[in-house]
Write a protein that binds this ligand. Structure first.
Ligand SMILES: [Fe+2]
Ligand SMILES: [Fe+2]
Length: 265
C-alpha cells in the first residue's frame, strides 16, 4: 500500500490556531506516509520569513515532499517588477527550484505542475510548457500504475462548489490529463474540502479531483469557513481511498471527516 498526505493552502502569515502546524506535522508523521504533497499557497504574501517558516515545516515531515506553488507564492502587486519578471524567485530559492516535481513510488507516479504566474489573475494559467510536463511525466508510466497530477488551481468546473476560479487553459489541460490516463488530480486554492468524479465525456473514465481545504489557515470558505482539512490517500492494487481529515481545536488534532472510495478501471 502507498500512503500519501495531501495538504494545501498553508498560508503562513494567516495561521488559524497556534497549535495547528505542529498537530499537522505530528498526525502526518504518525500516519506513516510515503509522500507529503503540498498543492500551493504556502504563504500569505510571499515574504521571506513566511517561506522560511514553510521550509521548517517541510523539513519536519519524516516523508519526502512534493510541492507546487500557488498564486499567493508569487510576489505581491506592490513588488510589480519582481512579480512580472521573476515571480517565484523566493519560492525557488527557499522551497525548491523544481517547478515540475516528479516522484515515482511502487505502482504510483506523481507529477506536479505550476499554475501560478505573475501576469495572470488569481485563477491561474496552464501554458503549453505545463501541458508538455504532464505528457512527459506520464509518458513512460507502466500500464496499471496509479497516476496523480498535482496543481494548485482547478482544471474543471465543479458544479457542487458554485462559481469558482478555473485556470486559463484548463480545458486543454484537463483533456491532456485524460489522454495521459491520470487517475487523480490533487489541488487546492478554493479553501473548501471536496472530492468529485469528473468525466470528459459520457462513458469516459472519470478523473477524481480532490480539493484539499486550507490545512492551517483562517481563510476557509464554503459552508464551514472555520474548518481546516487535509487528505490521506491510500492506494492499493485492489482499491484506493481518500480520507478527509478535519482539525479539532479542542482535541488539537486532525480526525476522520469523510471517506471516498476511488473507482478502479
Ligand atoms: Fe489559498
Ligand atoms: Fe490560491
Amino acid at each position: 500500500m502507498i500512503r500519501i498526505a495531501h495538504i494545501s493552502d498553508i498560508h503562513f502569515g494567516r495561521i488559524s490556531h497556534p497549535t495547528i502546524v505542529d498537530a499537522l506535522i505530528r498526525d502526518i508523521n504518525r500516519a506513516g506516509v510515503d509522500l507529503v504533497v503540498v498543492s500551493g499557497d504556502l504563504t500569505q504574501r510571499a515574504f521571506g520569513h513566511q517561506f522560511r517558516a514553510v521550509r521548517r515545516m517541510l523539513d519536519a515531515f519524516d516523508a519526502p515532499t512534493l510541492v507546487v506553488p500557488g498564486n499567493h507564492d508569487v510576489f505581491p502587486w506592490w513588488r510589480l517588477f519582481s512579480r512580472l519578471f521573476d515571480p517565484l524567485r523566493r519560492y525557488e530559492k527557499i522551497i525548491t527550484p523544481d517547478l515540475a516535481p516528479h516522484v515515482e513510488l511502487p505502482g504510483v507516479v506523481v507529477q506536479g505542475i505550476n499554475s501560478a504566474f505573475g501576469w495572470t489573475v488569481q485563477g491561474g494559467r496552464i501554458t503549453e510548457k505545463e501541458l508538455q510536463q504532464i505528457r512527459d511525466g506520464f509518458s513512460t508510466t507502466p500500464e496499471g500504475a496509479f497516476r496523480i497530477l498535482v496543481v494548485h488551481h482547478h482544471l474543471a468546473e465543479l458544479e457542487q462548489l458554485g462559481d469558482h476560479d478555473i485556470s486559463k487553459g484548463a480545458e486543454k489541460a484537463f483533456r491532456t490529463t485524460h489522454e495521459m490516463k491520470v487517475d487523480l488530480i490533487l489541488c487546492g486554492h478554493l479553501h473548501i474540502s471536496h472530492v468529485a468524479h469528473v468525466s470528459i465525456h459520457n462513458g469516459a473514465k472519470p478523473i477524481v479531483i480532490a480539493t484539499s481545504g486550507t490545512s492551517t489557515s483562517s481563510r476557509g470558505r464554503g459552508s464551514d469557513p472555520a474548518a481546516n482539512f487535509f487528505n490521506l490517500i491510500e492506494i492499493t492494487k485492489a482499491n484506493s481511498t481518500i480520507v478527509e481529515l478535519r482539525f479539532n481545536p479542542e482535541k488539537r488534532g486532525f480526525f476522520q471527516h469523510a471517506t471516498h472510495t476511488l473507482p478502479r478501471y
